[in-house]
Design a protein around this ligand. Structure first.
Ligand SMILES: [Zn+2]
Length: 260
């Protein structure tokens, strides 16, 4: 059984602000270590629950945050960026884990809330429903018939995920007290929880169905600044800051038209 872990950084246990997730931030090197520790707790849970192959994709920013030399040797790492697919090498996976995730842009007291780019994007909708990265990623995996089985992050991420995809197992490692503040579990407790929730998710994997969406699917993006809408044929202009793209049979298709 192959499990695919897509790792972001904002929802990692022990991370409470931008200084941990920006490459020039004062706490970034600590942030990398904390990220790797959360991943190792998750990998441990995967193998404990019966996984035979685990792929970890480093999905934050440039994709070179995870401390490769400290990664559990049973897992393999996808590092870097610029690949065409949202989830490279995901084919054949029994389940997807969205680890270290965060709430959508604009979420009240969501720790480091944003949707793909905090500098550029105000809102994203899918078929008229507001979504964040959790929802879009869960649907891109669903395109391939792969269920999103577990996600970890703050309380706001967990609420958003449970609303969007009620079957997903949520793992709350901290409580957002604002965009740059959180109340956190200790490292030991957080790692134990991640391992436990991963085991629970994999044990339930056969009962967790991928979330459904209607096709053709429309993804709409509202930018923060005017004059930043891309000028290309694949997108339709809605107004000076808003544009959308249609995916005939896949969410990833619409996603690529907007962002790639
Ligand atoms: Zn990130």
């Amino acid at each position: 059984m192959k499990i695919y872990i897509l790792a972001d950084m904002e929802g990692v246990s022990g991370i409470s602000g931008s200084s941990f997730v920006l490459a020039d931030g004062a706490n970034y090197q600590l942030g990398r270590k904390l990220l790797t520790q959360d991943i190792n707790a998750c990998v441990k849970g995967c193998f404990k629950a019966g996984a035979t192959e685990v792929i970890v994709c480093d999905a934050h920013c440039t994709g070179s945050n995870i401390l490769w030399e400290e990664l559990d040797p049973r897992a393999e790492l996808i590092q870097g960026n610029g690949y065409r697919a949202r989830f490279p090498e995901i084919a054949g996976s029994a389940g997807l884990i969205l680890l270290g995730y965060h709430a959508m842009a604009g979420t009240f007291e969501g720790l480091l809330e944003h949707s793909y780019s905090s500098r550029e994007i105000q809102n994203i909708w899918i078929n008229g429903k507001k979504v964040g990265e959790f929802g879009i990623d869960a649907l891109i995996a669903a395109d391939k018939g792969i269920p999103t089985i577990m996600t970890s992050g703050d309380d706001k991420l967990c609420e958003e995920a449970a609303l969007f995809h009620p079957e997903v197992i949520t793992c709350q490692v901290k409580k957002g007290l604002g965009c740059q503040a959180a109340r956190m579990l200790s490292a030991i407790k957080a790692h134990e929880l991640i391992e436990k929730k991963t085991v629970e998710a994999i044990k339930k994997i056969k009962t967790i169905k991928p979330p459904k969406t209607k096709f053709p699917v429309t993804l709409r993006v509202e930018k923060i600044e005017r004059g930043t809408v891309p000028n290309r044929d694949s997108v339709k202009l809605v107004d000076g800051r808003t544009y959308e793209a249609v995916g005939r049979a896949s969410v990833e298709d619409a996603f690529k038209k907007l962002f790639c």
